[in-house]
Design a protein around this ligand. Structure first.
Ligand code: FPP
Length: 247
C-alpha cells in the first residue's frame, strides 16, 4: 500500500454542511438541524483534542448566508451567541483558545462584545486553537488584506513593486497559524464555497456523504485515515517527495 504520509494534519478546516437536509429527513425544522449540528461540533472538538490536532477551523456562517430566510439567520446568530455563553467555561477547562474570524461590521454589538470577551478569556490557552469563521468568506479575507497592504504602500512602508506573497500572507486572517492541511466538507457537496481561498492552495480536500449532525469521532477518524494515504507533492514529482522523505 502507498502509505506515504502517516502524519496527522496540524490544521483541519471544515464546512459543516447538511444540517437542513438532516432535519428535513426527520420532518423537523431546519433549526433543529442546526441545533444537532452544534452537538456534532462538540464531538469533533473533543475528538480533535484527543487526536492532538493543533487547529480546527469551522465555517459557521458565510457572508452569503445573510441571504437565507430572516428567521434562520436570526436563529443562527442566537445559536452562536448562546453557545459562546455556554461553552466559554468548557473552553477554559479544556485549554482551548477560541478565535473568531470574519467581518465584524454587520455583527450585533452584543455578539461582538461576547466574542471579544471569550477571545480574551482563552487567549493564553495552549491546547487546541478553535477558529470559528463567522460572517466570513475567502474573498472578504483577500479584500481586507488588499486594503491593509494598500494602506501600508500609502504610508510608504514599501512600494507596489515590493509587494510579495509574504505581505499578502501576513495580511490575511490566521497568518500566524499553519495553513489547513485537510479540508473536510460533509453532505456530499463538492465545493469550497468561498472558504479559505488563499490558504487552501495546497490543502488536501476530503468530501463525505455524511450529513454534518451525523459527523463524529468515527467519521473524523476516516477522514484522517484517507489524509494519511495522500502524497502531498507541492508541485514536485512523487519520486522527489519519496527521496526527501527517506533522507
Ligand atoms: C450548513 O448546513 C450549515 C450552516 C450554514 C450553519 C452551520 C452552523 C452550525 C453547525 C451550528 C453553529 C455552530 C457553532 C460553532 C455554534 P445547511 O443549513 O446549508 O444544510 P442543507 O445544505 O442541508 O440545507
Amino acid at each position: 500500500m502507498n502509505k506515504v504520509n502517516n502524519i496527522l494534519p496540524k490544521h483541519i478546516a471544515i464546512v459543516m454542511d447538511g444540517n437542513g437536509r438532516w432535519a428535513e429527513r426527520r420532518n423537523q425544522s431546519r433549526m433543529s438541524g442546526h441545533e444537532a449540528g452544534v452537538k456534532a461540533v462538540e464531538k469533533v472538538i473533543k475528538a480533535a483534542i484527543e487526536k492532538n490536532i493543533k487547529v480546527v477551523t469551522l465555517f459557521a456562517f458565510g457572508i452569503e448566508n445573510w441571504g437565507r430566510p430572516a428567521q434562520e439567520v436570526k436563529f443562527l446568530m442566537r445559536l452562536f451567541i448562546k453557545n459562546l455563553y455556554n461553552q466559554s467555561e468548557e473552553f477554559v477547562k479544556n485549554n482551548i483558545q477560541l478565535r473568531v474570524i470574519g467581518d465584524r461590521d454587520r455583527i450585533d454589538p452584543k455578539l461582538q462584545d461576547k466574542i471579544n470577551q471569550v477571545q480574551q478569556l482563552t487567549a493564553k490557552n495552549t491546547g487546541l486553537t478553535l477558529i470559528i469563521a463567522f460572517n466570513y468568506s475567502g474573498r472578504w479575507d483577500i479584500l481586507q488584506a488588499v486594503r491593509c497592504i494598500s494602506q501600508k504602500v500609502q504610508n510608504g512602508e514599501f512600494t507596489t513593486e515590493e509587494i510579495s506573497y509574504q505581505h499578502i500572507q501576513d495580511a490575511l486572517c490566521l497568518s500566524d497559524l499553519p495553513e489547513p492541511d485537510l479540508f473536510i466538507r460533509t453532505s456530499g457537496e463538492l465545493r469550497i464555497s468561498n472558504f479559505m481561498l488563499w490558504q487552501f492552495a495546497y490543502t488536501e480536500l476530503y468530501f463525505t456523504e455524511v450529513l454534518w449532525p451525523d459527523f463524529d469521532e468515527v467519521t473524523l477518524e476516516e477522514a484522517l485515515r484517507v489524509f494519511s494515504l495522500r502524497q502531498r507533492r507541492y508541485g514536485l514529482t512523487g519520486k522527489q517527495i519519496k527521496k526527501a522523505t527517506v533522507n
